[in-house]
Design a protein around this ligand. Structure first.
Ligand SMILES: Nc1nc2c(c(=O)[nH]1)N[C@H]1C(S)=C(S)[C@@H](COP(=O)(O)OP(=O)(O)OC[C@H]3O[C@@H](n4cnc5c(=O)[nH]c(N)nc54)[C@H](O)[C@@H]3O)O[C@H]1N2
Ligand SMILES: Nc1nc2c(c(=O)[nH]1)N[C@H]1C(S)=C(S)[C@@H](COP(=O)(O)OP(=O)(O)OC[C@H]3O[C@@H](n4cnc5c(=O)[nH]c(N)nc54)[C@H](O)[C@@H]3O)O[C@H]1N2
Ligand SMILES: [Mo]
Length: 632
């Protein structure tokens, strides 16, 4: 149910007013243990900070001045305002903004039914893994790779721009359990890198060159699977000619890797027929799309049909969303451009659920300014009074996945889980609120009043899965059907026709990136939070800036100093920790904590440019800053 690779099977019990959780030992991937943040879920569920009554804003946006009202009044107000906005500005001035706060089929998608029915504008998701998705489609026709249960049959897994010891613990333990050799390619010596057999420490946004150089060495030394490539690859000869003139000296200079490291990678990867888990984290940069296209070629060179792990799609959940209720094609608004659309006055009504954009979107100063200066009516449905809720006109309390029926698939493995309610505390589910709004709007369509169980059972039926089996075991595996590559040529495309049709180069291209400020700011995932979630309930965050001692020395900065980190988007103050795990020229702040608790977060500094040609994917990591000591 959480926005996390593992989608654990959890056994929960509510007794004497207390929740207890443990891992389901029967589950083949997530097994009998929970990660450190999963184990603390009772604190989240029973938090005294959970919203209990709807709120209507009485003060300035962000001031925190609200009045508690009853559900009837709140729903009536939202429905009236929705109706009024559609009448005076048209249905496309209404936008529903949602993400993966809850990934249950019903609670992720059912509210969208209402907005489809009303023909409103819809969000085009680009916040997380979009550029890589497009890139993998260019090469394989799909971003769905290997079933992680196949890990047991492999010798080598490369974690490329991923920190699974923090973000995909069960996946990492699976590789360990089956004694795979583990390699990590990262800019930073992460906890995963420290536990890997080999660590390739690369300069930011130079992955394209590294992957192309590895491909070149594999081709020129005939380390690749010639027969597989002849039969299944489109554009191999052209690709071979493309990498031929690539100078290794240039690659060494740009990536910071040594010649031996590049050779070791090529020879070792070919010998052990490696697979690659391609990270979501690292592709969130302007170079992300091109990098993933280049990396995707490597497992095919050693003869894997789908030798990468990126995304998983096991079941068709579109029934829950109900796009069939539309009578007009949707106007799609790129997620990363929310501020721009608000500034232009194109959005007059914003309905947010399952997301905390006032922590998670980049360039927070711009977004907050846009909201303050516009007349957009904002409704937020959340479990807590988040930063987004603080800027809203109406706040509706949500309940949690412990309190309702749903099913969830995973973006990592092939198991679908049944989620059964264990207790009921406060708030209403996403689907309940949808039904209440539909009723208040006088909508008669029966599709808006289906129960959660009806939707769940229908999705199972569409996918040929058994409700009985799911109820018995709590999860079912969706078997993989034999599949081919759905590219224009029907082969793995080293020369991508799909990319060409979008005006991109037929082969992955390297572009040198440099910012106006000297230090590259990376804002990766933190171990004890899920993006902004759990900050308020666990209180376990790490707001320090991590910096290389040499960069600090040049600036007269010492361990523990208070510093100001700034660029043209914003300015934040925090303390410094010095570490050689972070290379020169790079600094780190962990992503997206609650601004109302910390006073700031990394997204006051991040870039809101998007990866052009790759679905307007986010480019958080293409940000540069300067750091000075406070009082210097
Ligand atoms: N604990 C925890 N787990 C989570 C989440 C969470 O918030 N907390 N979030 C979930 C979600 S939504 C997602 S998308 C995933 C993200 O999971 P990951 O992909 O593991 O996430 P990140 O830590 O953001 O990024 C991984 C690494 O990319 C590296 N990196 C940055 N730039 C470059 C580059 O140019 N080249 C290379 N090679 N590496 C680079 C960073 O140093 C970082 O270590 O995790 C999921 N799991
Ligand atoms: N700087 C920087 N920023 C990043 C990233 C980065 O790498 N760097 N990573 C990005 C990535 S990968 C992602 S996926 C996004 C995530 O962006 P968001 O989805 O906005 O992030 P979350 O903090 O997980 O917010 C989810 C919200 O949903 C609420 N919620 C949970 N369950 C329910 C429910 O059942 N009903 C309702 N109504 N609400 C619920 C939670 O309380 C929480 O407030 O952030 C992005 N932001
Ligand atoms: Mo994500």
């Amino acid at each position: 149910m959480r926005d996390c690779y593992d989608t654990c099977s959890i056994i929960s019990e509510f007794r004497d007013g207390k929740l207890a959780v443990k891992g389901n030992p029967e589950h083949p991937i997530t097994g009998g243990f929970l990660c450190p943040k999963g184990a603390l879920l009772p604190r989240w569920f029973q938090s005294t900070e959970r919203l209990r009554a709807p709120l209507i804003r009485t003060g300035e946006r962000g001031s925190g001045e609200f009045e508690e009202v009853g559900w009837d009044e709140a729903i009536a107000l939202v429905a009236d305002k929705l109706k009024e906005t559609i009448e005076s500005h048209g249905s496309e001035s209404v936008l529903v903004y949602q993400y993966a706060g809850d990934r249950g089929a019903v609670n992720y998608a059912f509210p969208l039914r209402l907005f489809h029915y009303l023909n409103t504008a819809m969000l085009d998701h680009g916040i997380c893994d979009r550029a890589g998705q497009e890139a993998l489609r260019d090469v394989y026709g799909t971003a769905v790779g290997l079933d992680p249960e196949e890990i047991k049959n492999q010798k080598l897994i490369v974690y490329w721009g991923l920190n699974p010891f923090w973000t995909n613990l069960h996946g990492f333990m699976l590789a360990k359990k089956h004694s795979l050799e583990i390699w990590t390619v990262d800019v930073v010596k992460t906890e995963t890198a420290k536990r890997s057999h080999r660590f390739f420490q690369i300069r930011p946004e130079t992955d394209v060159l590294f992957a192309l150089a590895v491909a070149k060495l594999m081709i020129e030394n005939e380390l690749y699977d010639g027969e597989f490539v002849r039969e299944n690859v489109y554009g191999f000869e052209e690709f071979k000619n493309y990498v031929k003139p690539l100078s290794l000296d240039y690659v060494i200079k740009e990536t910071g890797l040594s010649g031996e490291e590049i050779e070791d990678f090529a020879f070792g990867f070919a010998e052990k027929r490696g697979i690659i888990h391609i990270g979501y984290g690292f592709q969130r940069s302007l170079s992300g799309g091109e990098a993933v296209r280049a990396i995707a070629i490597l497992p095919a060179l050693v003869g894997h049909r789908f030798g990468f792990i990126y995304d998983m799609k096991t079941i068709d959940k579109s029934y829950a969303e109900g796009a069939f209720l539309r009578t007009r094609p949707a106007r799609r608004i790129p997620q990363m451009k929310l501020a721009e659309y608000i500034e232009n006055g194109e959005i007059k009504f914003l309905y947010v659920y399952n997301s905390n954009p006032l922590a998670s979107l980049p360039n927070q100063n711009r977004l907050r300014r846009a909201l303050k200066e516009s007349d957009v009516f904002v409704v937020t449905h959340d479990i807590f009074l988040t930063d987004t809720a603080l800027y809203s006109d109406v706040v509706l309390p949500a309940n949690t996945f412990f309190e309702r029926l749903d099913i969830a698939d995973s973006y990592y493995h092939r198991y679908v889980a049944l989620n059964e309610p264990v207790a009921k505390l406060y708030g209403k589910s996403n689907s309940e609120v949808t039904r209440l709004l539909a009723k208040a709007l006088g909508i008669e369509s029966p599709h808006l009043y289906e129960t959660d169980e009806e939707v769940v059972r229908k999705i199972l039926e569409i996918n040929g899965l058994s409700w009985k089996e799911l109820r018995r075991r709590g999860f079912v595996k969706v078997p993989e059907k034999p599949r081919k590559w759905s590219t224009p040529s029907g082969k793995i495309e080293f020369c991508s026709q799909r990319a060409i049709s979008r005006g991109l180069s037929p082969f992955p291209e390297y572009r040198k990136r440099k910012g106006k400020y000297p230090l590259k700011l990376l804002t990766p995932t933190y171990r004890m939070t899920i993006t902004s979630q759990y900050h308020n309930t666990y209180g376990m965050i790490d707001p320090n800036l991590y910096m290389n001692p040499l960069d600090a020395g040049e600036r007269g900065i010492r361990e523990g100093d208070e510093v100001e980190v700034f660029n043209d988007n914003g300015r934040v103050r925090t303390t410094v920790k010095l570490t050689e795990d972070v290379p020169r020229g790079v600094v780190i702040l962990y992503k997206a904590f609650w601004v109302k608790l910390l006073g700031w977060n990394a997204n006051f500094l991040t870039a809101d440019e998007t990866v052009e040609g790759y679905g307007d994917g986010s480019a958080y990591h293409s940000a540069w800053v300067e750091v000075i000591r406070v009082g210097a």
